[in-house]
Design a protein. Structure first.
Length: 202
């Protein structure tokens, strides 16, 4: 099971938002949906999630949070985009009037299968993918960690071009760069059930 990794990724999202708020003068409104489950329990036990600040934790599914009548006025009526590497549409920009949904795989058996796209379609949500293949064609995978996807959104919203935003957020190994040990001269002696993070920026 991948839920320990997902819990860690959620904790890393807090660092992304703190750095973004401080360095880029961008406010990230972060919500963790489907919280009342294994991932949330693991985050509480191992990452002190009960002490996390600057994030909302909600047991409801993301579609229920942002489409129900109980949604706050700040969230109700906003555009909702579910990010999926399998989506046909490419995300063209990042704006303050949109809530971006990022899914995390918690079932190892679901890796390599399209889970986010069918789920978004069932919920009636618009989908889009980050333009990784267009701007980083050597990238080894279109699937990103939750915190990495969030960082891409923040970097783009702060004013960077897509290529620069992706290069700033993705690990070098995922961008297709050769490890340093392979750059030496020749003669030298990483959906089943999903935990969901949603973010809006302003």
């Amino acid at each position: 099971m991948e839920w320990p990794s997902v819990a860690k990724q959620l904790s890393e999202c807090l660092g992304v938002t703190r750095k973004t708020n401080k360095a880029m003068d961008v406010t990230v409104d972060l919500t963790f949906a489907s919280w009342d489950g294994t991932v949330g329990a693991h985050a509480v036990e191992h990452f002190n999630a009960e002490r996390w600040v600057g994030v909302r934790r909600d047991a409801r599914k993301v579609e229920d949070i942002f489409s129900s009548a109980s949604a706050s006025s700040a969230s109700a009526g906003t555009d909702l985009v579910y990010l999926s590497p399998d989506a046909e549409d490419v995300l063209e920009d990042v704006d303050a009037d949109t809530v971006y949904v990022i899914g995390g795989i918690v079932d190892l058996a679901a890796r390599g299968t399209a889970t986010s796209l069918p789920r978004a379609r069932v919920a009636g949500m618009r989908t889009a993918r980050l333009p990784i293949r267009e701007h980083l064609p050597r990238c080894t995978s279109q699937i990103l960690n939750i915190d990495t996807a969030l960082k891409v959104l923040c970097e783009k919203y702060a004013g960077k071009e897509w290529t620069d935003a992706l290069e700033a957020a993705l690990p070098a190994r995922q961008q297709g760069e050769r490890p340093a040990r392979f750059n030496r001269p020749l003669n030298a002696n990483k959906e089943g059930e999903e935990a969901i993070a949603s973010a809006s920026l302003e």
